[in-house]
Design a protein around this ligand. Structure first.
Ligand code: ZN
Length: 294
């Protein structure tokens, strides 16, 4: 198993450091941290997709509100499909996609991988389909998964992962240790994705938190912009806060064994890329690696 940390989208809302805690200029910088997992027997597995080719071609398919508020930068080179190709693979090599949730900045690339089975919590799809509030009608864009018909829906089945409810992803007859870990709050069916690696565990926590110090410090710290954004996007606020508390505890107790990161913290993504460098120059031509997935 080899894991690439990809950034599949940039959002630059106004507010600089007050928004993201880091940026010096007028605008902030949020990434869309996704994982591309090369497996021996199950092809490529993608965790979240950021923005896809069709979002870049037709940004109007996303809500005007979020395009403006998040100041989304639509670039083909950031799409998961382009990055998969630069690594020497083909769209059809991606056999599975696990999504933390179905917000517009996570589900944009689903249509770019026609051979992939899409794994998501059942409650998430139910909430996305009903979308009955002002925010939910804008955050969930059914057109992003129009024509996607290969789904696997999950509900917690009694398994636990470090004390969290969890459910094993149905990928290749239990050969991969990949679990959906419900972290409700941001959305109704939001889940982290836990992946066992040779060094321990990764937990892609999606939008369960937005800023490193919310989970990796004993006392939660979050810049006002991201605090407001999470507040605006909350489906179940108390559940989100409770799950952040549990993630803080997990990070403290399992430090060094479980690596926890979220979707949009640019510093976390940069650190992950430094720790797990891509094996080939990302500008390399597709044929440069000569690698084919099995
Ligand atoms: Zn998000």
């Amino acid at each position: 198993m080899h894991i690439h940390h990809l950034n599949c989208g940039c959002m630059c809302p106004v507010g600089g450091k007050l928004f993201d805690g880091y940026s010096r200029g007028l605008t902030a910088c949020l990434v869309c941290h996704c994982l591309l997992i090369e497996t021996d027997t199950n092809g490529l597995i993608l965790v979240d997709t950021g923005f896809g080719q069709r979002d870049v071609q037709t940004p109007e398919r996303l809500s005007r509100f979020f395009r403006a508020f998040n100041n989304i930068k639509f670039e083909h080179r950031l799409t998961a499909l382009e990055q998969v190709r630069r690594l020497g693979f083909d769209a059809n090599d991606v056999r599975h996609i696990l999504v933390t949730h179905l917000d517009f900045d996570h589900a944009g690339g689903l249509q770019d991988f026609p051979q992939a089975r899409v794994h998501v919590m059942r409650d998430e799809m139910a909430a996305a389909r009903t979308a009955d509030t002002w925010i939910s009608r804008r955050r969930f864009q059914a057109r992003q998964w129009q024509g996607v018909d290969n789904w696997e829906f999950y509900a917690p089945d009694g398994d636990t992962w470090f004390g969290f409810d969890s459910v094993r992803a149905l990928i290749g007859a239990e050969e991969e240790d990949i679990f959906l870990v419900p972290l409700q709050g941001h959305t109704a069916g939001h889940a982290g994705i836990a992946v066992r690696t040779s060094d321990g565990w990764l937990l892609h926590a999606g939008d369960a938190y937005f800023f490193h110090d919310e989970v990796h410090q004993a006392e939660r710290r979050c810049p006002p912009g991201l605090k407001f954004y999470q507040y605006m996007m909350d489906t179940y606020r108390s559940a989100r806060m409770r799950n952040q508390q549990r993630l803080r505890e997990l990070a403290r107790v399992q430090d060094g064994h479980v690596e926890i990161f979220c979707s949009h913290d640019a510093k976390e993504w940069e650190r992950a890329v430094q720790q797990h460098p891509v094996r080939v120059d990302s500008s390399a031509m597709p044929s440069a690696t000569g690698k084919q997935s099995s």
